[in-house]
Design a protein around this ligand. Structure first.
Ligand SMILES: Cc1cc2nc3c(=O)[nH]c(=O)nc-3n(C[C@H](O)[C@H](O)[C@H](O)COP(=O)(O)OP(=O)(O)OC[C@H]3O[C@@H](n4cnc5c(N)ncnc54)[C@H](O)[C@@H]3O)c2cc1C
Length: 407
């Protein structure tokens, strides 16, 4: 997309970094991140620091559960109050069900009101009318809304090429206390393994550490019964590293697909092909080597049949022979992208570079569903930057005023 060059986008990123307080994080990393840092350093693998969007952070480590001190500069504290101050009305507990359209324009959005639990329908229906409609329901919700509405899709692209940055996990027992639940969860990363081959070659991967709380660890960890209990007893000494695979560039990596279930709700299917498993094995090996280099006593890939390896030599041999299959090797994801991909022509995408739908004049899609591939980076900042640009262009179009001048 020639309109979205690094040069054209950098000022939009800068604006959002400023608005959302994205800054270098000066506090030393927690021990979980330090294991990644020290192991990588010993192996000569470059590591970098993650900037964080926090203001007055207490470094508690509960970011993923809703910041208890409101330090995280989420939409709840930033974009939503800003919109309300400008006169927007916010409807909560409302599920967008179907867009009504004719003659290339949307006339209304049918919504279902939900009970206070935010899940079950209350039985009340609401219809919203507007001059322009923006779908921002994410890479599962936006394709699902458009599919339910039966919007024009002559090239059958809607809901396809959904990317996840499939994640594989390596767990280590360290000699020291790690207390991985305490302190900012993600502060170091390495892109070294994203740069080892051409972007459309074997899948590269990014290394990070996850937030780690007892319930999250217990439900992700393999095994059950006494063996699981034995691993959980060591929880305070556990280090975990994640590898996020960069999907969507290799021709064999076509991603998944959002379809509608019988109840009209979205179902995402993501086939795990050989190109993913080959990268997963390399990633499990790389993480185990880093953990042993950092002094781990034992390492286990999060995999139903993987044992605890007590040396790098043992892990190297064991991981090379490990059967990698769905439900055996744990693959998780928190990054959903695609499904309403943007393109330079309607034969190739659902929306254009401004997020404008190719077939319905007053519909925009402004969220992570517009990415035509995965990103190879945690997606939020790219979504903020692109949405800031496209929302500003849309406001200029609708108001007749020029778009804001970005320095
Ligand atoms: C646990 C976790 C940790 C993460 N950590 C990071 C991180 O550290 N850094 C990073 O960059 N990214 C992170 N991500 C990813 C990031 O949160 C997402 O990529 C990003 O929020 C996607 O933005 P979006 O606008 O596309 O969709 P979303 O943020 O998912 O917003 C879509 C909204 O639409 C609503 N919706 C969906 N369907 C409907 C409907 N029919 N009617 C009404 N509303 C609907 C949803 O409830 C949701 O509120 C994380 C994700 C998870 C799950």
């Amino acid at each position: 997309m020639r309109q979205l060059s690094a040069e054209a986008m950098s000022s939009w990123f800068a604006v959002m970094e400023h608005k959302l307080w994205v800054r270098p994080w000066e506090t030393p990393p927690n021990q979980n991140n330090r294991v990644l840092g020290s192991g990588a350093e010993k192996l000569g693998i470059p590591i970098d620091a993650i900037r964080r969007n926090v203001k007055g952070c207490w470094n508690l480590g509960y970011c993923g559960m809703g910041c208890p001190t409101n330090a995280k500069q989420s939409m709840l504290l930033t974009a939503i109050p800003a919109a309300l101050n400008r006169g927007a009305t916010l409807y909560t507990r409302l599920r967008a069900e179907r867009l009504r359209f004719s003659g290339g324009r949307i006339s209304a959005l049918d919504c279902m009101a939900l009970r206070p639990d935010g899940i079950h329908p209350s039985g009340k229906r609401v219809q919203l009318r507007a001059r322009h409609f923006v779908s921002a329901a994410g890479a599962i919700g936006s394709p699902a809304l458009l599919l339910r509405s039966g919007v024009p899709d002559p090239h059958r692209l809607l809901g396809k090429r959904t990317f996840l940055h499939p994640v594989v996990i390596s767990s280590a027992l360290m000699p020291e206390r790690v207390d991985a639940y305490a302190g900012a969860p993600q502060t170091l990363y390495s892109d070294f393994f994203l740069q080892q081959a051409a972007i459309d070659g074997p899948l590269g991967f990014k290394l990070e550490t996850p937030p780690l709380h007892p319930v999250l660890y217990a439900t992700t960890l393999q095994g059950f019964g006494a063996a699981h209990q034995a691993l959980m007893r060591e929880f305070t000494r556990v280090n975990v590293i994640l590898a996020l695979l960069r999907d969507g560039f290799n021709p064999e990596s076509q991603g998944g697909q959002v379809r509608l279930g019988r109840d009209g709700l979205p179902v995402l299917d993501y086939p795990l092909g050989e190109v993913i498993w080959e990268a997963a094995r390399r990633a499990l090996l790389a993480m185990a080597e880093i953990q042993f280099a950092a002094g781990a006593r034992a390492v286990t890939p999060v995999h139903e049949t993987a044992p605890l390896y007590s040396s790098w030599a043992q892990a190297k041999k064991g991981i090379a022979e490990l059967p990698l299959k769905p439900l055996l090797c744990r693959v998780v994801s928190a990054h959903v992208m695609g499904g309403c991909g943007m393109a330079d022509a309607p034969q190739r995408g659902v929306v254009d570079h401004r997020g404008r739908h190719f077939w319905l004049g007053n519909l925009s899609v402004l969220d992570g569903s517009v990415f035509p591939t995965s990103l190879g980076a945690n997606p939020q900042l790219s979504i903020y930057g692109l949405v800031a640009r496209n929302a500003s262009l849309l406001a200029a179009d609708l108001s007749g005023r020029p778009p804001p001048l970005i320095p």
